[in-house]
Design a protein. Sequence first.
Length: 192
Amino acid sequence: MRERGRQVRRAHPLLLYRRLAAYYRVPCLWLLVLSLGLLVWNHPSLSALRLPAVIAALLSSILILLTLAMSRLAYVRCVEEGLLVRLPLRRVHVPYDSIVQTRTSSLGLLFPPSKQPFTSRAFLGPLWRLQTVVVELERLPQPRRRLRLWMDSRMLLKSALVLLVQDHRDLRNQIDEAMIRWRLSLRESQEA
């Protein structure tokens, strides 16, 4: 029983944030290499660029660290009282009593590529065919405007959360199993 409880609590990284971090990490690395190269070269004709190169090196190294942290901090996990969606700067708790059902769907079916802005298509290209877990809710855990401040637009439907994870079957089974356990414990506490 204890081992089963540990399985339910396994964190599933959110692939949308991993892709976002990887998308911005490469240009930041190039900027860091270029600015450090200018600083190391230290040519007299480039002395006016020394301060901008230092600033660019500092900012790009900070952004690289932030993208690494962002890709590691964004996950979803089943906890005792509900579903915990951990975003890089915010936690969203979804109680089990508001979850209607879970289903799987591909990201491309939920958000057709032709209807996405041109700027997002390259970013989302590798993710279109991946399966997501759609958690349909009676009500959103927070007002929609507040959720949109912290979540990507492709994580929210009208009354559902879209969770793009590596092992969508495992997450869906964990959510369903945790909901059953929660309902059984609720029924037992009401009977007692």
